[in-house]
Design a protein around this ligand. Sequence first.
Ligand SMILES: Nc1ncnc2c1ncn2[C@@H]1O[C@H](COP(=O)(O)OP(=O)(O)OP(=O)(O)O)[C@@H](O)[C@H]1O
Length: 631
Amino acid sequence: MRFTEMDKKQTKVQVVVRVRPPLDPVDTICANALSHSVEIFNHRNIKETIKYDFAAVYNSESTQQMIYNDAVKPLLLQSIQGQNISIFAYGPTGAGKTHTMLGSPSDPGIITRVINGLFQSIEADSRLQSTQEWNYSVSFSYLEIYNEKVHDLLEPKNSDLPIREDGDKNIFVPGLTDKTINNFDEFKALFVPASNNRTTAATKLNDRSSRSHSILLLKVKKTGLRPPHREFHGKIYLIDLAGSEDNRRTGNKGIRLKESGAINKSLFVLGEVVDAINNGLPRIPYRNSKLTRLLQDSIGGSCHSVMITNIAPEQKYYYDTYCTLNFASKSKKIVNNTCTKETSRLQGLKRSVSESHKEISTVSQPKKARSCFPADTRDQSLPNGEAHIPQEPPKMMDPAPYLSPLLRRQNFLEETVNRRFEELEHNILEQMRHMVQKPDVSSPLENDTLADIKKTLESSKQQLQLLAQQQQQVCSKKEDHSNNRTPFTDKTNVHKESQRKSVEKDMIPTTPLFFNLPKVFKRGFKSTAAKSKTNDDDLTKTPKSKSRKIQSPFNPELQKKHNEEILVKMNTASVKELQTLQTVGLKRANLISEWREVYGPFSNFDDLKKIPGFTEKYLQNLLRSNLVCVL
Ligand SMILES: Nc1ncnc2c1ncn2[C@@H]1O[C@H](COP(=O)(O)OP(=O)(O)OP(=O)(O)O)[C@@H](O)[C@H]1O
């Protein structure tokens, strides 16, 4: 279904903080909640405090209702008007995320309140729309991401579901159950058993720790009963993230440790996504984890997003609190491009976009209706005793990195090329592996392998040339486009244009595309692809000549020693030194170094698997190709 997008606005991710009550009567308190800021002491100088400012800070006395009324409820009407909303709880394990999102029967959390509030808002909306009659429908899906797999909580037999993106860049999960609901009771009947399907377990820090990220997706459709049968499609994501875990304190072992690895890995990628957006990078690594792929719309996408940052006040959580507040501070800079998604049956009859825009401003006035919403009527529709919190007008934010359609296409092409490179690199390394496993170098089998590699290279070269040509066309079109652009007269537009130009300038690669070739290509692939690259850097020589002492890759003792050497290097080498390893480029070297900084040294080789993208297969390749280099 194609949507017309209107009311486009830039809206910052709203970040609020909730400090839960202290649960440990013995431990001292390290976080102090003020009305719009949180203070913690500075671990570098305990005489100082670090202060973080946020849209709102809720202290241990704040109630569930207060947080819902303040941070969530004002957004519900937007979903009925065809906008997307995302509410997500973030924070370390045991800090109160599930309490905030789910709550308990006696003290329900945001999920229960949103469902009730949504049906009440629909009632209020239908009463207000006098010029047009509307039909409303609500449906929901509920999934968890457990150990990097998407599971349907409404239909547990649907496990390990794929994630896809449609032509309009909407992310969806094919095969995910979607249940229509007409009231809160219908929701409850489906949701309660589904919640029991969520994976939880006891850890040292939380008796009932969520071992997965859960996403409840509500779809709201509002359809005009008379021609042109306009339809507004809104979505509400309610997300309870699993908490980041320091396994020295959780005491996790075995399966809990594996879960923890998956949780920390996806949260690490989330941090990378936020950094990439904040740094205006042309490529955001959403694809590096299932979580970020599914949150694509919430972070840097089209949602009105609210991040509820949960922190625990006790001293033993100090480091988690510090990291969480730093992450929350970064996240509040993110700007989403919100819009109203509308379609109508007449669109199928080729109604032009300009006609529909005209119609929008004359026939229906969802915005007007919202702005003149009589406070009395609204209050009548609210649950007993709930105070009406006026909806704040969306603030205009700093200009977000603007991507023209041409730049988007260019990014897409770049992504395609890089993905292809990765595939090719992988194929070639696989073939190298086969070669290494065949000690008889002159065997016909090896010749076959070489012929295969040559063939792969030939075809990849052709494909890359084609992609490079396409990219060049896009770039030159973009140049024409910017040369022909009519000058802006309006002041704000001039400002926006200059902002956009500067962002685009940063984004357009100044080096030819082929400079991005992975190292296998840069080195030039020879039959002894294993030959070490020539590098002036002295740092590169020592470890390689050292490893040259390894005589045979088949001796388990030497293999073990080699693995240990690589592990030492992973724990101690600088980013520059790490890049001297085959298959480790700048990106991976940075990842290793950052991971080490955050989570400490890798205790064994398997620890490396926690780093995003460091799959078993990749690590095997890393070991083998570095062994190959020294033979
Ligand atoms: N605001 C609060 N008021 C009272 N109790 C709270 C509050 N927040 C959290 N708690 C209690 O703290 C404990 C841990 O909370 P919760 O399970 O929600 O943490 P979590 O962040 O979801 O942890 P995990 O990531 O491990 O799932 C629970 O017993 C919960 O009832």
